[in-house]
Design a protein around this ligand. Structure first.
Ligand SMILES: [Zn+2]
Length: 661
């Protein structure tokens, strides 16, 4: 990747990310949309776009400029920025799409790359071979081979231009992954996913999702991904949630020419609209019938404006959703409006895809998870917790008392019931049969069990999945459904009073197991425990063991913040690389001063760490340096050369504990 490009993650949700992308003509915040500019006919000038919609980067076509003698001469003499009068970053396409539309046209694959470089493009694109959905596998394979070969020959020509090398492979996921891997080996900078336009035209969103997932699997995670030719906002949320960063739109003007208006969920002909469901400046100034009376050229301009207002509004909505941790809600909401997107969502429920998504999914979010329909229960943050529940969680007894769904947090709505149960049988495992599946009462405060909102009536599939999860959990246990005094009477038979452990302690141990895995609780809480609770909320705040502050419990998500004393215990008990982010020797002095860890200094990390997980920071000799919170997973930490990987919280300094402000 070019030294000139810096791409770093600022915020994240699902496999989506808000990043900053540095180019020679300024920094761009992604995900974003690049309006397509026709250098021959600018309906809205790039400068105006910047003012009207906050456009940061545009895309134009080097093939058209090169073909047109005057434009070509001017571009070579003054540069592309002057030619189209835009001082921000400019990306160019190479004519691949024109080859697809108009058949064989004469373009020199390497000449077009040097031309883009010579007219000072910020991001140029190789001349790849457009893979259509109706290609045979053999044809698609040949197109991939040719694309990779041209990419290899083009990379040495780019100099200080960023180079985009598109992933092809038609609708064959294995070819897409192979192509992505081959291109990933090259010193390319950006990877468009190509051959998308015919799929968009036919609304084949299931194929689209498969192609994105297959391409992302093969691509270097640290490079921006551009969904080439997907200019309709209907697919933006899904594509972003799967890791796409850039979109381009020529649709805004193409549709405007046909009197079609883009809306977040679809497209409508102006003639068919009784009222325009939009309050953008255009639609606030004209009614549908007034717009129809406007002279054609002016109308194209007005409808283009509307189309871009809507498209950029959607980009902002997505970026907000990433910041809030509600991107899945937005994706699901879109899917509920469009049956073909609904099909695409099914692809994400498949175990293989769900597992791929899980590695990027933050461990906690600041907003509650909202049920929006039958896809919700397959969200990676939920499937992850059930994997952990089945594989890590220690069930305290062979007797399980099952409570029905109720207000959250469950341990408060069932306070008296629980106290009655434990007075008779203190070792009983009390479990709520929730809409998601079983929730043991000791972990009812952790994300997303408490921080989720489900309706009283859910769809059949959610019910079925919840029941399956419950039956896995209950397998081989004696289950008693709560039925008041009768249950208490029955429980007497099973009570052994062998392990008198307080409910608070059980909560600590259970949360530690769900957050850090088996054996973590024994390690962290081995000694004399002292639990400090909030006077107002009665929630656990701080936990001391042998008078050392081990962890704090976060009120918002019910999980632990690891303190340095806790980190020391973890470090001693678990061999490297578990829980560790290992930093290069160069970074050690900085971490020892409490500075955060930048990904370029990460030597290695634990593969089980997820974004926002607690971690311990060590040097290559496994000396404990600090404790902090991951912002990236291992793959990202090892791949990104720019941006923070871990936020350091407390550090070891000559064996004195220093707490960061
Ligand atoms: Zn409008």
């Amino acid at each position: 990747m070019s030294e000139l490009m810096k791409f770093e993650i600022k915020k994240r949700d699902a496999a989506g990310r808000i990043c900053s992308l540095k180019t020679r003509h300024g920094t761009v915040t992604t995900p974003t949309l690049l309006p397509v500019i026709n250098p021959n006919k600018m309906i809205i000038k790039p400068k105006e776009m910047k003012r009207l919609f906050g456009t940061e980067i545009i895309i134009t076509n080097s093939y058209i400029i090169n073909k047109h003698p005057e434009l070509r001469a001017q571009a070579l003499a003054e540069g592309i920025h002057k030619l189209i009068d835009f001082d921000g970053p400019i990306m160019t396409d190479s004519g691949t799409f024109q080859s697809y539309v108009y058949g064989d046209i004469d373009i020199d694959p390497l000449g077009i790359v040097t031309f883009q470089r010579d007219i000072d493009c910020d991001i140029g694109t190789i001349l790849d071979v457009f893979g259509t959905p109706d290609q045979t596998k053999n044809e698609a394979e040949n197109a991939v081979k040719c694309t990779v070969e041209r990419a290899k020959q083009s990379v040495p020509l780019k100099e200080d231009m960023l180079l985009a090398c598109p992933v092809q492979g038609s609708i064959f996921p294995d070819l897409r992954t192979t192509c992505a891997k081959e291109l990933g080996k090259l010193n390319a900078d950006i990877h468009p996913i190509g051959g998308i336009v015919p799929l968009m035209e036919q609304q084949r969103y299931l194929d689209l999702a498969r192609i994105i997932l297959a391409s992302k699997r093969g691509l270097p995670i640290e490079r921006p991904v551009h969904l080439f030719g997907a200019g309709h906002p209907v697919v933006f949320p899904l594509a972003v949630s799967l890791g796409c960063d850039l979109f381009d739109s020529s649709a805004y003007v193409k549709y405007a020419m046909e009197d079609r208006m883009i809306f977040p969920g679809g497209t409508s002909y102006l003639q068919k609209l009784e009222e325009i469901p939009c309050c953008c400046p255009v639609c606030s100034s004209y009614t549908a019938s007034e717009l129809l009376k406007v002279e054609k050229t002016k109308r194209i301009r007005l409808l283009s404006e509307h189309n871009l207002y809507i498209s950029f509004e959607e980009i902002r909505k997505i970026r907000n959703a990433i910041s809030e941790g509600t991107l899945w809600e937005l994706v699901e909401q879109k899917a509920s409006e469009n049956p073909l997107l609904h099909d695409a969502m099914e692809e994400l429920t498949k175990t293989k895809n769900n597992r791929w998504l899980e590695q990027f999914e933050p461990i906690v979010k600041s907003r509650a998870l909202f049920y929006t329909g039958h896809h919700t229960t397959y969200r990676p943050e939920i499937t992850r917790m059930y994997d952990r529940l089945f594989q890590w969680y220690h069930v305290s007894s062979d007797v399980i008392v099952l409570l029905s769904e109720s207000a959250k947090p469950y341990h408060l709505s069932y306070e008296n019931v629980i106290s009655d149960i434990f007075s008779v049988c203190p070792e009983a495992e009390v479990v709520v049969d929730s809409m998601m599946g079983p929730v043991p009462i000791a972990i009812d405060e952790i994300y997303p069990f408490a921080q989720s909102v489900f309706p009283l009536y859910v769809d059949k599939d959610t019910k079925k999945v919840g029941t399956e999860r419950l039956s896995v959990f209950l397998k081989g246990k004696k289950v008693i459904k709560w039925n008041g005094k009768r249950t208490l009477k029955e429980l007497e038979k099973y009570s052994h009073f062998i392990k008198p452990i307080s409910q608070d302690e059980r909560r600590l141990r259970s949360v530690a197991t769900m957050q850090f895995g088996p054996d973590a609780a024994e390690t962290l809480f081995d000694g004399t425990l002292r639990i400090v609770k909030s006077k107002n909320t009665r929630k656990i705040r701080n936990v001391y063991c042998n008078d050392e502050h081990i962890v704090s419990m976060r009120a918002a998500d019910g999980m632990f913040t690891l303190k340095l004393a806790g980190a020391k215990r973890i470090h001693k008990r678990f061999p490297s690389p578990r829980f560790r982010v290992i930093v290069d020797t160069d970074a050690v002095p900085f971490v020892q001063q409490g500075k955060s860890v930048f990904s370029k200094f990460v030597y290695d990390a634990d593969n089980l760490l997820r974004p926002f997980d607690e971690c311990i920071i060590v040097d290559t000799q496994d000396k404990l340096l600090a404790v902090g919170r991951c912002l990236l997973n291992r793959l990202e930490m090892r791949s990104f050369s720019s941006g923070q990987a871990v936020k350091t919280r407390e550090y070891v300094n000559d064996d004195t504990l220093v707490i960061m402000q």
